[in-house]
Ligand binder design. Structure first.
Ligand code: 6PG
Ligand code: NI
Length: 193
């Protein structure tokens, strides 16, 4: 019998509702409001105005009960509301996995994008139901809602990968994603205004 530093959890079924963007049994859920996205939108005044206004929920993340520990394979569903701040489409904070490991995203509802940056190169994958976006080890990643309805995707990632949010504050994400009359456009990252 294999021995483990932390005993794996027992096998179980996870009910997955793509339309409702839920996993059952549920694990931890988190809500990111505009105030949680400090230093990420280029237009700081527009960001501050939204925070001082109704400080809207930008996205929610619902996890299954699989723990974030080495060797386990946790999953979560992220739902990003439609919206813009200073013209920039609503997005997740974005992070790097410090223990460089791969991850997959499966789009469930709405349309979005998977922006990846390795500190040098930028990659973009347009996400719609049926698309799996693959994030190789060492690429920071951020999701963006490019549509007019909520965008949801399922993420599956190694439990020991960790989440480094400061990496994005320090290095940016290579590009920013703006709403245009015809859809969206990627622009160079630049600094904050
Ligand atoms: C992960 C996934 C994903 C991500 C959410 C929220 O590694 O857990 O990439 O579940 O955490 O989409 O995005 P942020 O973690 O960047 O806020
Ligand atoms: Ni990740």
């Amino acid at each position: 019998m294999q021995s483990y530093a932390a005993t794996p959890i027992a096998p179980f079924a996870i009910q997955f509702d793509a339309a409702a963007a839920t996993l059952s049994p549920p694990g931890p859920t988190l809500e990111r409001r505009m105030s949680d996205l400090e230093g990420l939108f280029a237009d700081r005044d527009a960001w501050q105005k939204a925070v001082d206004g109704d400080n809207p929920v930008v996205y929610r993340v619902q996890s299954s009960p699989v723990p974030e520990i080495d060797r386990e394979l946790p999953q979560s569903i992220t739902t990003i509301e439609p919206g813009t701040t200073g013209g920039e489409l609503w997005m997740t904070k974005g992070h790097q996995h410090p223990n460089y490991q791969g991850e997959i995203y499966l789009a469930l509802h709405g349309t979005g994008g998977l922006l990846m940056f390795d500190g040098d190169r930028v990659e973009w994958v347009t996400m719609a139901p049926g698309t799996i976006g693959y994030i190789p080890p060492g690429w920071a990643h951020r999701s963006i809602n490019i549509g007019d309805e909520p965008y949801s995707m399922l993420a599956v990632y190694p439990g020991g990968a960790g989440h480094d949010y400061n990496w994005v504050l320090e290095h940016g994400m290579g590009n920013r994603v703006y709403k245009t009359p015809n859809g969206f456009e990627l622009r160079p990252y630049g600094g904050l205004s």
